[in-house]
Design a protein around this ligand. Structure first.
Ligand SMILES: Cc1ncc(COP(=O)(O)O)c(C=O)c1O
Length: 417
């Protein structure tokens, strides 16, 4: 007889929940403390000057560029700020459309709107990322850029996406917020597009609580991102407010990273290989243990060797089964959830109803035909997301933790799927 599920009053597979899966944060130790204390002792929390500015943020940028094999890196205050700087660097604004995937966090289409552009949603495939075959039908005379998003450690098919983009002269931004350290055919996510972004927010693979970064090989895009993030200035070149009007100068914002975040980012960056290798190890145990379990299916990984390992995403037979699976597994003390509530991101009311803070209709009213979003415009996203269930994997998990996940999934699958 099968064991009674915890959701029905049985004993849960685990007595206690798994360690929280905030990968970078769970790896905090004395190294981050030392970095922070150094900034306090120097009394210099601002990146550009101070009585004894340590240049932690600059060092993070240098090391990030080196580790990722790119020419330029810019630290900013969040992944959203990084997207804003990348979009503005690419010149995206009023009257521009940007193709984004139907599965992503709201920040991706949100940044496009805040930049003055309009997001157009491409469908996804079973990897949960943009389907390269669904990009072309969305391109029109207004299209300026594509943002692709490797979801929870699974790299996008960047060769195919770049091929379409280059054919249509579109700028590509890889929003690698969730996938720092994943790679596609040996090349790191966040190094494929013309200009790319990372988030260092708490849920991310490395974290400063809040933070982000922009990387690019293109000196012009870099300069424009730097200017946008610092009120139009490029201090390292021309100092404070000394811009020659012949420069490509424009009004910017303040997305500067402070030295506390810079100090933590620097330490976390050097922990990235260790974090990735631990998560890959744990994920492999879980996936190996769940081979050929009836009813269990996984999202497709575009390059197994490059998967960051930060999530196991199941694709189940139906939405009803996925919801039941999530509930039953969570009751076994294996924290499980449906990514983005199981719906495409364009279904969120601020996007779907095109609501901005001023209700002026801008930026959606810049085109010769109205922009209309419909529920079924990305049918694969509707179907695939409704059937997803996610377990985030953490770098501090033990092999026993991994075995508990295997046992719980098998127990639940046998009775629910
Ligand atoms: C795909 C994606 N893009 C952008 C962001 C925004 O990052 P932040 O929260 O640092 O602004 C996130 C954060 O979850 C994300 O998942």
């Amino acid at each position: 007889m099968s064991e009674k599920l915890a959701i029905n009053g049985g004993t849960p597979v685990r007595k206690n929940p798994l360690p929280p899966s905030y990968p970078g944060a769970t790896m905090f130790n004395a190294e981050e403390t030392v970095g922070l204390a150094e900034v306090v002792a120097a009394k210099s929390p601002f990146r550009f000057y101070g009585p004894n500015c340590l240049g932690k943020t600059k060092q993070f940028e240098k090391d990030l560029a080196k580790m990722f094999g790119v020419k330029h890196a810019l630290a900013v205050t969040s992944g959203t700020a990084a997207l804003m700087c990348a979009l503005k660097a690419a010149g995206v604004g009023a009257g521009d459309k940007v193709i984004v995937p139907a599965c992503t966090f709201i920040a991706t289409p949100g940044a496009v709107v805040c930049a003055g552009g309009v997001p157009v949603f491409a469908d996804i495939d079973e990897s949960l990322s943009m389907d390269p075959d669904d990009i072309e039908r969305h391109i029109d005379k207004y299209t300026k850029a594509i943002i692709c998003v490797p979801i929870l450690g699974n790299p996008c098919q960047m060769d195919r996406i770049m091929e379409v983009a280059n054919r249509h002269h579109l700028t590509v931004i890889e929003d690698a917020a969730q996938s720092c350290g994943s790679s596609y055919h040996g090349k790191l996510s966040g190094t494929f597009g013309h200009i790319n972004t990372f988030s260092l927010q708490m849920n991310k693979i490395i974290t400063t609580g809040e933070g982000g970064a922009v990387v690019t090989d293109d000196p012009k895009l870099y300069e424009r991102a730097v200017r946008y993030h610092d009120q139009g200035m490029f201090r390292e070149r021309e100092g404070f407010l000394n811009v020659n009007e012949n420069e490509d100068v424009f009004v910017g914002e303040d997305y500067r990273m402070n030295e506390f975040s810079g100090a933590v980012a620097l330490v976390q960056l050097h922990k990235l290989p260790e974090i990735i290798s631990r998560m890959r190890h744990i994920k492999k145990i879980i996936k190996d243990g769940l081979r050929n379990v009836p009813g269990i299916g996984f999202r497709r990984i575009n390059d197994e060797a490059g998967d960051a390992g930060n999530a196991i995403i199941f694709l189940l037979e139906s939405q009803t089964k996925a919801v039941a699976f999530v509930r039953a597994l969570s009751a076994e003390n294996i924290s499980t959830y449906q990514l983005y509530s199981g719906i495409p991101i364009y279904m969120q009311p601020q996007i779907f109803r095109q609501r901005t803070a001023d209700n002026s209709g801008f930026p959606f009213n810049q085109f010769d035909k109205p922009v209309v979003y419909t529920e079924d415009m990305c049918p694969h996203a509707l179907d695939i997301l409704s059937r997803n269930a996610v377990i985030n994997v953490g770098p501090t998990w033990t092999e026993q933790d991994a075995q508990d996940v295997v046992a719980a999934v098998k127990k639940v699958a046998a009775q629910v799927l």
